[in-house]
Structure formats: structure tokens, C-alpha cells
Design a protein around this ligand. Structure first.
Ligand code: GLA
Length: 683
């Protein structure tokens, strides 16, 4: 767990890419069970027209594959898989365990998920049943085994897709089975009750547990529930979900081994959008990382958030090629206002994922559904059919992806890392923090966006990782840090790295207890300072810094050590005259600290300054121009350039070569049209 973070290495003893799938994979979730068989042939014909090479099949079809308990009917799936194979389309075959059939709910009411408020979540939608339920496990095993045995040797099937988006829509359960499972998990983690009581600080508010039977999941209570208990419960829930994945994965591996055909097994992540699972741990369990991403249509900087999501996904994959398992051709149906994509926007999004390491570009879903909850969700084949702009853009994108085969396998390399730790987020997001304006997500997006605008490619890393490969590491808000991670960050700085830490970092340990060193914890030792007291600002308040920059949300009383330079101070506000920006040179490196929330141009200035100090190259890009580079083992460099602005943009001078999308040469000083994309193999 936290103290022994072994690094997010994907498994290496299995194939790490769908079998026999060269170039960039292109396709979608394919749900033919929603349609009359007469449509299936037209589907594969149109898939060919669109350049589709792989589809995910069967994700929500448990009730059709096993209409009654134990009665497995794979006839229709045989016909689907055979048809796809006959047309040269690879199958990413799913286990359907994210949509338990109505009969399973009816037979096992004890397996219904119980939420925090005690509400039982029944059938009629989708989602996992209680992740700790033996009945769910038995049924999931039966259908997974049936699929594995039937299709392990089928030549159409090139990869396995377990479940769907673990952690959504269900991530926790408070039923009777979960109470027992949680206690077992706690015994394993803490050993005895005294240790548990100490770790949870139960002396506070008289919460001491005298017997194991008194220990319960942190369900709704009169006031704030013990934060350490909540944090352990978050870990438990994540472990239980992951155990469900591992159980199915192992069945699929075993079936492949039995026929001498090991296929990679994956499950689709939601890198920046699922707060409930620790993908660093999940990434070690999948053979290939796959991710789903949907634009937040309301945000005008949605393309920057897309890039952040893709960069996190690549980091989970440890730089190896990954699969964009789902995104949308246009609008989704589940946001408050579902903004349709404008002409060219789909392609820019898809190519941004590709530029950031995706070797597979797939959508949800192939054909728009006429019925059900998602009928207003866009699809590769829209309700309007082939005589639509949407379809024409899909076909054009399929052709474009087909021209990028040589890019497959190349890597996107970053010299800067942002720290990202789900455990720290779980802890910070608990109740009663010093200010409701504190947001690790806001700070992460802000630092990422400033680096994006400067054309700096960013990896994400766990604070316990070996960071030596990075010139600059930024901790946007690392509330929880273990002693081990703090030691690793200290070693990074002493070894020559530049570390920038933003406020409200290093505060607590793995039990959400304030570190013995005080409010800046062991990070303060590296930074050469102590945070003596927090001074959060009022909602309408901001503070001036001596440099002329302004901060808001936060200020604090920082006391620096002898060898720490004060680079900026608070000019007014609750801590006027005290340090706001500091730097300590330590060993071969330097550790920077910023004690307030700077944003916009002030943050750009700070990021520029620290990049300069770390020797990180920035690009002087016109607003809205995205530039990211992939490099092949043979040394070829591919620049993916995307103009998200409404006016033409001049490409950086170094971008000269062949645009693989158009076949045209890109000469020095070339412009990219408004909304356009280029993938340039550099000279
Ligand atoms: C998720 C799910 C899909 C579908 C899409 C809609 O990613 O995995 O089944 O519901 O959202 O955007």
C-alpha cells in the first residue's frame, strides 16, 4: 500500500497489444444485440468504409448471453464474431459483468449494493452488484468462464475487455457482506484492534472500538465520520473492485494459456474522471492500458483537459502505447448541456490523444441507439445515417488514422512531471478542511494548463516514483504524503532535480494524521521551511505580493530556515511581510514553494521562472495551438499540431517535414488553418 509504492509498471509477462493489429487501431463499442440481425451486415460494410479495424463487443449483454441462470446462449455472439472476422475486423471481446441480469438481482437481494445513506440499489440500470458478494462473484465467474472457453481460440478475438469502467456508477457498498469484508480487510492491514484504534485516532470524540464487531463501514452518521476510517474504506473499496477485475482476468489468462494463445486483457479506465479508484495500482494489473475520455462540453478549455487526461493515461501505461477505448464523435447525453462538436473538433481531439501516446482510437459507440438511456449520445453512425456531416467526418478520420500507421509504437517523452496521487485526493476531499476553496483538482488543472500553453509536454507521476528522469517535478497540491514518498522527493532534489510545491502539501500521513514535523510535514524539511499557521482568505479577498503578482484563496504563515531564499513576500493581507515564494538549493537541485494561489498570467510567470531554473524548454506558441511530439525507436520524430483557435496559427520554426495527413510538405514558417490538424514527420 501507500508506504511501499512499487511504481506503476504494467504487467510484462503477457502480450501488451491486441494480437495481429498493426498501425493505429480504429473503431468503437459495437452493440449489435440492440438491432435486428438484418442490420449486422450493413454494419460491417459501413465499418469497412470508415476504416474500422477493431470493435468492442458484448459489454452489456449478460442478460442475452445467459437468459436464465446457468443457461448460456452464445449462438448470436458466434454469428456476430464470425461476421466481423469474415470482414477483417478484430474483436475486443468483453465480459458483461457491468450489467447483471434481472434474474441475478431477483435471486440475490442480499447482493444489491447499499449506499452510504442505506438505500438499496436494485435492477433496471447498469453497474456492479456488491463487489464483495459471493453470489455476484459466482455468477460473474460462470459467464466469464463460458466466454473464455468458447472464444479463447477464435481468430477474430484479439483482446479481452473486462467489465466496464470499474468505479462507475458504483464504487462502494455498505451491505452486511461488505461490513464483514471490510473487517477482514482491516484485520489484514492493521493486525489488531489496538493498532487500528491508534491509526484511526479513535481517542478523539470517544470513537474507540472494543471489539471487531463494532467496526463498520463509514455510513451516514450524525456528523463527520472519522476521516482515517473513511480513508481506509476508500482503499478497501478500491481493493474489492480490483479483486473483481483480477478474478475475471485470471480466468481469461488461464483460458488463453490452455489453448496456447495468450491474449492481452484490459479494462477501460477513466483516468482523470474517476476519483474512486487508484489507477496506479490498476495499471499494474492490466496487460494494456485502455482509457475512456469525454470532453466537458461546457468548458471552453476542454481540449486542454483532454490533453491532461491523455497524458495521465500515458503515464499510467509508463509511456507504452495505450488504447483510447471510448470517446465521442460529437455530443454526449449525460452532461447538463450536451455541446455538439464543431466541424473538425472530433478529429483534433482524436489526434491529440494520438499525439499523447494512443495507438488505438475508439468511440462509444458504433451505431446510435434508438432506445434506452443513451439515445441522444452521438455515435460513429448517427441517427441520420451516412448522409450526415458526422458520418463524413468519421470516414475522413478513419482515412487519416490509416495514414498514420508508421507513428504506431513511437513514444511521447516528457521532461516535466506533475504529481498525482489518488490517496491524497481521497484524503483531501473529506470534510472539514481549512477552506472549501481548496481544490487539488483546480491546482492540477491550473499548473497543467500553464505548461500546456507553453508547449511543455507533461507526465504524471506518483510521489513515491523514481523521478530522476525529470528536470522539473511539480506538486500542485499534495495534501497527503507518506514518509517514504517525502524521502523519495527529497532524494530527487538532492540528486539534481527541481521540485515546485504549491501550498497545502505534505500536511498529513497515510492515516490523515498531521505529521509530527507540523503542518508542512517532512516536505517542509526538504523545502527548508515550516508552515506555522494557515490563513485562508475570504471568498472575495485577494492578497498582493511584493513582486506585483496577486494571490487568492490562501495565505499562510511560513517560517524559513537559514539556507532558504525568500523570492517573494506577501505585501498585504493576514501575513503581510512573510514569505510567499521560496527556494532552497539542496544537493544538486532546488526546492521551490509557493504559499498562495496564483492563477492566469501570475501562474504563467511562476511556471516560466521555475522552468527557466530547471532548464525546461518552452515554445512560444500562438494561443490555442497544441504541439506534441512522438519519437520512434529508429529516431523518427512526429509532431502532432492542432490549431484549436478560429484563426490560422504559425507553426514553430522547427516543424518542417512531411504532413502525413495531406502528403504535403511543411516548410519553415508554415501556418496551420483555423481548426486544422497536421501530423508532421520531421526532416
Ligand atoms: C461511458 C460508458 C459507455 C457509455 C458512455 C457514454 O464511458 O462506458 O458505456 O455510457 O460513457 O458517454
Amino acid at each position: 500500500m501507500t508506504d511501499a509504492h512499487p511504481g506503476p509498471l504494467p504487467r510484462t509477462d503477457r502480450p501488451t497489444w491486441p494480437e495481429g493489429l498493426p498501425g493505429i487501431a480504429f473503431g468503437a463499442d459495437h452493440n449489435p444485440e440492440q438491432w435486428d440481425e438484418s442490420v449486422w451486415l450493413e454494419d460491417v460494410r459501413l465499418m469497412r468504409e470508415a476504416g474500422v479495424t477493431m470493435v468492442s463487443v458484448g459489454i452489456f449483454s449478460w442478460a442475452l448471453l445467459e437468459p436464465r441462470p446457468g443457461e448460456i446462449d452464445l449462438g448470436w455472439l458466434d454469428r456476430v464474431v464470425d461476421l466481423l472476422h469474415a470482414h477483417g475486423i478484430a474483436v475486443d471481446l468483453a465480459t458483461p459483468t457491468a450489467a447483471p441480469p434481472a434474474w441475478l438481482y431477483a435471486a440475490h437481494p442480499e447482493a444489491w449494493v447499499v449506499d452510504r445513506a442505506g438505500v438499496r440499489l436494485g435492477p433496471g440500470s447498469r453497474g456492479i452488484m456488491c463487489p464483495s458478494s459471493p453470489a455476484y462473484a459466482e455468477a460473474a465467474t460462470r459467464i466469464t468462464r463460458a466466454l473464455a472457453e468458447r472464444y479463447a481460440a477464435h481468430p477474430a478475438v484479439r483482446m479481452w475487455h473486462v467489465h466496464n469502467e470499474y468505479g462507475a456508477p458504483v464504487h462502494e457498498c455498505h451491505c452486511a457482506t461488505s461490513q464483514v469484508a471490510f473487517r477482514d480487510w482491516l484485520r489484514e492491514r492493521h493486525g489488531d484492534l489496538d493498532t487500528l484504534n491508534a491509526a484511526w485516532g479513535t481517542a478523539f470524540w470517544g470513537q474507540r472500538h472494543g471489539t471487531w464487531e463494532e467496526v463498520r463501514t463509514p455510513a451516514a452518521a450524525a456528523s463527520v465520520v472519522n476521516p482515517a476510517q473513511q480513508l481506509d474504506f476508500a482503499r478497501f473499496c478500491d481493493d474489492e473492485l480490483r479483486a473483481c477485475f483480477v478474478r475475471e482476468r485470471d480466468l481469461l489468462h488461464a483460458a488463453g494459456d490452455a489453448v496456447g494463445r495468450p491474449l492481452p486483457v484490459t479494462t477501460n479506465f477513466m483516468a482523470t474522471s474517476c476519483a474512486h479508484v487508484d489507477y496506479w495500482a490498476w495499471a499494474r494489473e492490466v496487460d494494456v492500458v485502455a482509457n475512456d475520455h469525454y470532453l466537458t462540453g461546457e468548458r471552453r478549455d476542454a481540449h486542454v483537459l483532454l490533453a491532461m487526461d491523455a497524458d495521465l493515461t500515458r503515464s499510467l501505461a509508463r509511456g507504452r502505447p495505450w488504447i483510447l477505448m471510448e470517446h465521442s464523435t460529437s455530443a454526449v447525453n449525460w452532461q447538463p448541456r450536451n455541446i455538439a462538436k464543431r466541424p473538425g473538433e472530433m478529429a483534433r481531439g482524436s489526434l491529440s490523444h494520438l499525439g499523447r501516446g494512443a495507438d488505438g482510437i475508439l468511440f462509444f459507440q458504433w451505431r446510435a441507439s434508438r432506445s434506452g438511456a443513451e439515445k441522444f449520445h452521438s455515435a460513429m453512425l448517427p441517427h441520420g445515417g451516412t448522409a450526415t456531416r458526422g458520418w463524413r467526418e468519421v470516414v475522413a478520420l478513419g482515412r487519416a488514422v490509416g495514414r498514420l500507421a508508421e507513428v504506431a509504437g513511437s513514444r511521447t517523452v516528457a521532461r516535466v512531471a506533475l504529481l498525482w496521487d489518488w490517496e491524497s485526493c481521497w484524503a483531501q476531499d473529506l470534510e472539514w478542511r481549512p477552506s472549501t476553496d481548496l481544490s487539488h483538482r483546480e491546482r492540477t488543472e491550473a499548473f497543467y494548463s500553464a505548461l500546456w500553453a507553453a508547449g511543455v509536454t507533461v507526465d504524471f507521476a506518483h510521489p513515491g516514483d523514481d523521478l530522476a528522469a525529470y528536470d522539473l517535478v511539480v506538486a500542485p497540491q499534495l495534501y497527503l504524503v507518506t514518509a517514504a514518498s517525502a524521502a523519495s522527493l527529497d532524494a530527487y532534489v538532492r540528486g539534481g532535480g527541481t521540485l515546485l510545491v504549491s501550498f497545502f502539501s505534505g500536511v498529513v500521513d497515510e492515516h490523515d494524521a498531521v505529521h509530527p514535523e507540523g503542518l508542512s510535514g517532512p516536505l517542509g524539511t526538504t523545502l527548508g521551511l515550516q508552515v506555522e499557521e494557515f490563513h485562508p482568505l475570504r471568498a472575495d479577498e485577494s492578497v498582493a505580493l511584493a513582486s506585483g503578482l496577486r494571490g487568492d484563496v490562501w495565505s499562510e504563515h511560513v517560517v524559513v530556515g537559514e539556507d532558504t531564499e525568500v523570492l517573494d513576500t506577501f505585501a498585504d493581507g493576514p501575513v503581510a511581510g512573510l514569505p510567499a515564494l521560496t527556494r532552497r538549493r539542496l544537493g544538486g537541485g532546488q526546492a521551490w514553494y509557493v504559499a498562495t494561489r496564483v492563477d492566469g498570467p501570475a501562474l504563467a510567470t511562476l511556471v516560466d521562472r521555475v522552468c527557466e531554473a530547471a532548464g525546461v524548454e518552452r515554445l512560444d506558441l500562438p494561443a490555442g495551438l497544441e504541439v506534441v511530439t512522438r519519437t520512434s525507436e529508429a529516431g523518427a520524430a512526429y509532431v502532432v499540431a492542432l490549431n484549436h483557435a478560429d484563426t490560422p496559427a504559425a507553426l514553430p520554426a522547427h516543424v518542417t517535414g512531411l504532413d502525413l495527413l495531406t502528403g504535403a510538405r511543411v516548410e519553415p514558417g508554415a501556418h496551420l488553418d483555423a481548426g486544422a490538424a497536421a501530423v508532421v514527420r520531421l526532416d
